[in-house]
Design a protein around this ligand. Structure first.
Ligand code: GDD
Ligand code: GTP
Length: 419
C-alpha cells in the first residue's frame, strides 16, 4: 500500500499571500473552485492502493477539521491532520510523525508540498520509483537558467540518479528543478534519523538559543536531499506537464486558469456551460451551484465564482476569482483580480489588475512571485485584490491595488496598498 503526506506549513508561512490568507489558511484558498490542497487529495485518490493521506502543518486543527471531513466524504479515503507544535521544517514533521506514517506498513509514501499545483502524474512516479528501486524519487521539471536559482536544482546521470543537488543555489547549477513532490521508501527514516542526531549536537543547541529554530527542525532539501545526492539512491523523474507554485495571489490566478483547463479533459462537469447557465460564457469558467449570475453578465475566460456570490446584470469578469458571498453590482467590470469573501462592488465600478504570468516567449518560464514592493519601495504591478468584506462605491476604479479587509472605498485608487 501507499500513503501520502501533504506539507502545508502554518500561519507564519504564506506571507506573500496576504491579505487573502488572513482569514483562510492558504492551503484552503479556492483555485478553480476547490481548495488548493483538494487538488492534491484528488490526485492521490486516483493512485492505486493509496490508503491514507496525512496532512502535516502547524495550523490549528480546528482550522482544517471541517475541510477534512468534507474530503473524507467526497473521496472515501482516510485523511488525518497531524499538527506540529512548532514549524519543524519540511522533513522535521515527517520524522516527528514517522510512526503514524509507518503504521499499516506502506511500501512507499508521497510527500507533497501543499503550495504547488500541477497536472500531477503520481502513478507515473510510482512506476518509475519501483523500477529504479529508489530510496527517494523527486518529481522534476525545467526552469529558465535565471529562475532556476529560486528552486532546488539538480544534475542527473543518464540513469536518472541525482548526482548533485543544491537548494536555491546562488550561482547557476542546472535548469532541472525540484517540483516539491516526492515518493519515498520507508528507509528514508534512517537518513532522517542521521540528520536528526546530527542536528542534536551540542553546537546546534547553542545556535538554537540564538536563533529560534527548534532542535528537531529538519530540512528535507538541505539535510536529506543534499546528503543523498551522489549516493545512487536518490532519483528524479523529469515531468514536463504543467507545474507551478502558489506563492502570491497572482499565482492563484495563473493556477486557476490551468486547473480550469485540466477540467476540460478530466472533469467537464465542473465547467459552466452556456446551456446550463444562462449568462454568456467565454472559455473555461467555474460557477459554484449556489451562486447567482444574471443572464446578461459576460464571464471569461478563466473565472471562478464562489458559493452564494451574486453577479448582477451587465457585469463583465475575466481572469479573476470571486470568493464566497461577494456581490458584484450591475455593469461593473473585474479583470485580473481577486474579490474577497463578502465584498461588495457597487454599480459601474472597475476593478483591474496587471497579469503576472510567466514570460510566454521563454520556454519553461515560471511565475516570478515578486514581493509586494520593489527595491525602490514602490508597489510591484500586481493583480488587484479586495480583502474580505471590502465595500467599493459605485462608479469607482481600483487599479493594481491591494485592499485589506473591511475597507470602505469611496474614491479611485491606483497602485496603492489600502491599509
Ligand atoms: N508541516 C510543515 N512544517 N510544512 C512546512 C514547513 C514546516 O516547518 N516549512 C515549509 N513547509 C511546507 C510549505 O507549506 C510548503 O508547502 C512546502 O513545505 C515547501 O515550503 P518552503 O519551505 O517555502 O520551500 P519553497 O517552496 O521555497 O521551496 C521548496 O519547493 C520548491 C518547489 O515548489 C523546495 O523544495 C525547492 O527545492 C522546490 O524547488
Ligand atoms: P484586450 O485586453 O486586448 O483583450 O482588449 P479588450 O477589448 O478585451 O479590453 P478589456 O481588457 O479592457 O476588456 C475586456 C472585456 O470587458 C471586453 O469584452 C470589453 O467589452 C469589456 N469591458 C471593458 N470595459 C468595460 C466596462 O467598463 N464595463 C463593462 N460592463 N464591460 C467592459
Amino acid at each position: 500500500i501507499l500513503k501520502s503526506v501533504i506539507l502545508i506549513g502554518g500561519p507564519s508561512k504564506g506571507t506573500r499571500f496576504r491579505p487573502l490568507s488572513l482569514d483562510i489558511p492558504k492551503p484552503l484558498f479556492p483555485v478553480a473552485g476547490l481548495p488548493v490542497i483538494q487538488h492534491h487529495i484528488e490526485a492521490c485518490s486516483k493512485v492505486d492502493n493509496l490508503s491514507e493521506i496525512l496532512i502535516i502543518g502547524s495550523y490549528l486543527a480546528s482550522d482544517l477539521s471541517q475541510f477534512i471531513q468534507e474530503m473524507i466524504s467526497i473521496y472515501k479515503i482516510t485523511i488525518r491532520y497531524l499538527q506540529e507544535f512548532t514549524p519543524l521544517g519540511t522533513a522535521g514533521g515527517l520524522y516527528h510523525f514517522r510512526d503514524q506514517i509507518r503504521s499499516g506498513g506502506p511500501t512507499y509514501f508521497f510527500v507533497m508540498n501543499g503550495d504547488v499545483c500541477a497536472d500531477f502524474s503520481l502513478q507515473e512516479i510510482v512506476e518509475y520509483h519501483k523500477e529504479k528501486q529508489a530510496l527517494l524519487t523527486i518529481m522534476a521539471t525545467e526552469a529558465t537558467r535565471q529562475q532556476s536559482l529560486n528552486f532546488g536544482c539538480m544534475v542527473l546521470d543518464k540513469e536518472g540518479k541525482v548526482a548533485h543537488y543544491v537548494e536555491k543555489p546562488s550561482t547557476f547549477v542546472s535548469t532541472l528543478i525540484n517540483c516539491g513532490i516526492y515518493l519515498a521508501s520507508l528507509d528514508i527514516f534512517q537518513t532522517m534519523a542521521d540528520a536528526f542526531y546530527a542536528g542534536q549536537s551540542q553546537e546546534n543547541f547553542i545556535q538554537f538559543n540564538g536563533n529560534s529554530k527548534d532542535p528537531a527542525h529538519i530540512s528535507l532539501e538541505q539535510d536529506i536531499l543534499m546528503r543523498l545526492a551522489g549516493t545512487g539512491r536518490l532519483f528524479a523523474l523529469p515531468i514536463l506537464k504543467w507545474w507551478s507554485q502558489v506563492k502570491t495571489a497572482g499565482s492563484a490566478i495563473y493556477a486557476n486558469r490551468h486547473y480550469l483547463n485540466l477540467y476540460k479533459a478530466k472533469h467537464p462537469d465542473r465547467l459552466a456551460s452556456a446551456v446550463h447557465g444562462s449568462c454568456q460564457i467565454i472559455g473555461d469558467i467555474y460557477i459554484h451551484p449556489s451562486a447567482t449570475v444574471h443572464e446578461t453578465a459576460v464571464l471569461g475566460p478563466n473565472v471562478s465564482i464562489g458559493p452564494n456570490a451574486v453577479i448582477a446584470r451587465g457585469v463583465r469578469i475575466r481572469e479573476s476569482i470571486i470568493l464566497a458571498n461577494a456581490h458584484i453590482q450591475a455593469h461593473s467590470i473585474v479583470l485580473h483580480s481577486i474579490v474577497g469573501k463578502s465584498s461588495y462592488v457597487g454599480e459601474w465600478a472597475r476593478i483591474e489588475g496587471t497579469p503576472c504570468d510567466p514570460n510566454p516567449d521563454k520556454p519553461f518560464a515560471k511565475m516570478e512571485n515578486l514581493p509586494l514592493f520593489n527595491t525602490n519601495g514602490k508597489l510591484n504591478p500586481s493583480i488587484t485584490i479586495l480583502g474580505t468584506s471590502v465595500r467599493l462605491a459605485a462608479e469607482k476604479i481600483v487599479l493594481n491595488s491591494i485592499v485589506l479587509p473591511h475597507k470602505e472605498l469611496t474614491r479611485n485608487f491606483k497602485n496603492e496598498i489600502i491599509l
